[in-house]
Design a binder for this molecule. Structure first.
Ligand SMILES: [Zn+2]
Length: 416
């Protein structure tokens, strides 16, 4: 069993676990989490801790990890990283880990195999001194984060992670505590028209011309959204990420589709985003029909109060280790959405930077990898009960994880 975090991270990078993202024409020797899961199984077995396997509804794409069991009197801590990665495109060398100038390069180095390596090494170290471990500790490799989050849906629904007292996701945060997440709403809009031969366009209706007007209005809408401020999460944003329309150069197009990505604050509900945009378009005098798709992604914003005992605890740990103790907030999505929604107060804290995730220049700072091992091990050995983290919440009681919405209701928990 390797307990050198660099060697372990190199092994994980060299094992391809590309998320197929719903495609079935990709090389099966590169896709899916099964090979990484086998590696984790062997590691956990060698470390002498219990193996955890959670089925998802995709065969062969389980969550796999290890657990140190202390008993039901103890709080349960879940540390998780996703095992799937983005593809490598025309850069197969991304699957060959390389160290250069204090950085470890390769696909998944920062997102999330660096964090996973650090968690596994910390788990193995913790298992050597079980008396020092103060919590039930689960380290879990979670599948399908990059696509549909099926792994984290299983995590919140199945033992031993269901109902855990505190969660930490090892997404790259450069060793900072992330306690707030903007929400997200994704959907398509379709404009329609009437097809005719392109030699007499005046007899038809171009769905692309309509879409051009629509897209221009959405660009204006960004200015409206910028007024929806929610410190410390920031303001709402909207982006048109893809456009598809027309069939041939000599046909006036009768259909055009765009894909929209809106980032949401706690002042609005993600599910209301299409309605709000439609109202704005009406106000701006748009007359032609626009057909929305069903929502493809919908998550409300979450902010765990800085006074949550888990956040205070991590802050103290950061301070003691010479790291920035102030929690920060992010606009990108992660499994923390589903874990918070599932009732597990969950933060992000991991080595590496999100700026190089998914890029062809993905790397993790080795210094941060080593820091992460120390941080995760200390968390496993800190008494969460004593720190006040173990709280069984119910609506109306003293709660910490908040997700405010426009109508004053909360999809997770309110603080007072
Ligand atoms: Zn990630």
């Amino acid at each position: 069993m390797k307990t050198d975090v660099i060697a372990l991270c190199k092994d994980l990078i060299a094992i391809p676990s590309i998320n197929p993202m719903g495609r079935d024409d990709l090389d099966p020797t590169l896709t899916g989490e099964a090979r990484v899961n086998d590696y984790i199984r062997h590691f956990v077995k060698a470390a002498g801790v219990d193996i955890v396997v959670q089925r998802t509804d995709v065969p062969g794409r389980e969550n796999v990890g290890g657990m140190i069991v202390k008993g039901s009197r103890f709080p349960t801590l879940v540390l998780q990283c996703h095992t799937d990665t983005l593809g490598v495109g025309d850069h197969p060398s991304l699957l060959k880990p390389a160290v250069c100038k204090g950085r470890l390069y390769g696909r998944g180095a920062t997102d999330d195999k660096g964090g996973l390596a650090a968690m596994l090494v910390a788990l193995a170290e913790a298992a050597l001194h079980p008396a020092r471990v103060r919590n039930n500790v689960i380290v879990l490799g979670v599948s399908d984060e990059e696509y549909k989050g099926k792994g984290s849906l299983a995590l919140v629904a199945q033992p031993p992670t269901k109902g855990a007292d505190f969660g930490l996701v090892g997404e790259p945060t450069e060793c900072r505590i992330v306690n707030g997440f903007k929400g997200v709403a994704r959907w398509d809009l379709v404009t329609t028209g009437r097809s005719v031969h392109s030699s007499m366009p005046q007899k038809g209706v171009s769905a692309i011309y309509r879409m051009a007007r629509l897209v221009s209005l959405i660009e204006d809408y960004q200015r409206e959204l910028a007024k929806i401020e929610d410190p410390p999460l920031g303001c709402e944003t909207i982006s048109v990420g893809r456009i598809v329309g027309g069939t041939a150069v000599n046909v006036v197009p009768d259909s055009c589709t765009i894909e929209i990505d809106q980032r949401i604050t706690r002042k609005t509900r993600a599910a209301d985003a299409p309605k709000r945009l439609a109202a704005y378009l009406r106000k701006r005098g748009m007359r032609f029909p626009v057909i929305p798709s069903a929502m493809k992604d919908v998550e409300d914003a979450v902010l765990i109060a800085a006074s949550h005992p888990g956040i205070s605890l991590l802050g103290r740990m950061c301070l003691a280790q010479g790291l920035n103790p102030r929690p920060c907030q992010v606009a990108y999505g992660s499994d923390a959405f589903r874990m918070n929604r599932g009732g597990i107060p969950t933060v992000l804290w991991g080595p590496g930077s999100i700026k190089v995730a998914h890029s062809n220049d993905e790397y993790v700072e080795i210094r941060q990898l080593e820091q992460a091992v120390i941080f995760y091990l200390e968390l496993m050995q800190t008494d969460l009960q004593k720190a006040g983290v173990r709280m069984k919440y119910s609506p109306g009681s003293k709660n910490w994880a908040r997700s405010h919405t426009a109508n004053g209701k909360s999809s997770i928990r309110r603080r007072q």
